[in-house]
Design a protein around this ligand. Structure first.
Ligand code: ATP
Ligand code: MG
Length: 174
């Protein structure tokens, strides 16, 4: 119940504060997300590959929250028989950055690719995987309020790759 109420509060706050949009290094948000998850990262023995990320425009705290939700999902929806591998990378497309968080986990059936971004939509029971089904809906709200899009694709060789777009800082990144 506490997780549910906390999640709902976070969902209702996500993306409302226009004044906190400014240029920042997305690597700072990524590192904050990784620090917040250091306990579960160490416990799972996950390998996290970090590639260079651009300078973007948005709310750095909310972008950290997005990355944290995606990385936490990559840890949670792992395949029991495989060591967790997470790759965080970005590429430039015009004046946007496309940021990817790729995992080698259980994957998302393409028919549910849109549904999982809706609030309370989960593909498993809480007995199988704990959670409230709010994380991705927060990601979607934050990214869309920031002028971006978020979607999921299969990872080559198994797993899922979540991608989102974010405006690049006017200087063209770094
Ligand atoms: N990396 C992933 N691999 C496989 N399935 C995923 C992944 N991320 C999300 N999903 C699926 O999408 C559903 C919705 O994800 P979401 O993060 O919104 O909820 P949750 O993780 O179940 O709960 P919460 O984030 O509130 O703790 C998940 O329950 C799961 O079925
Ligand atoms: Mg989640």
């Amino acid at each position: 119940m506490q997780a549910l109420i906390g999640g709902l509060l976070e969902y209702s706050r996500a993306g409302v504060d226009e004044s906190s949009r400014r240029p920042f290094e997305l690597e700072t948000s990524r590192d904050l997300a990784l620090v917040n998850l250091r306990g579960s990262l160490a416990e799972s023995g996950a390998v996290v590959e970090r590639e260079a990320l651009p300078v973007v425009v948005g709310d750095s705290v909310q972008l950290a929250q997005v990355l944290q939700n995606l990385i936490a999902n990559a840890l949670k929806f792992r395949r029991p028989e495989a060591a967790v591998l997470i790759r965080i990378s970005a590429e430039q497309r015009g004046n946007e950055g496309v940021v990817s968080v790729a995992d080698n986990g259980i994957g998302v059936d393409p028919q549910y690719a849109e549904r999982i971004f809706m609030i309370f939509q989960r593909l498993h029971t809480r007995a199988e995987y704990p959670g409230t089904g709010i994380g991705l809906s927060i990601c979607k709200k934050v990214i869309e309020r920031n002028g971006g899009r978020i979607w999921v694709e299969p990872t080559q060789g198994g797993g899922s790759t979540f991608r989102f777009t974010v405006p690049l800082a006017p200087s063209g990144g770094r």
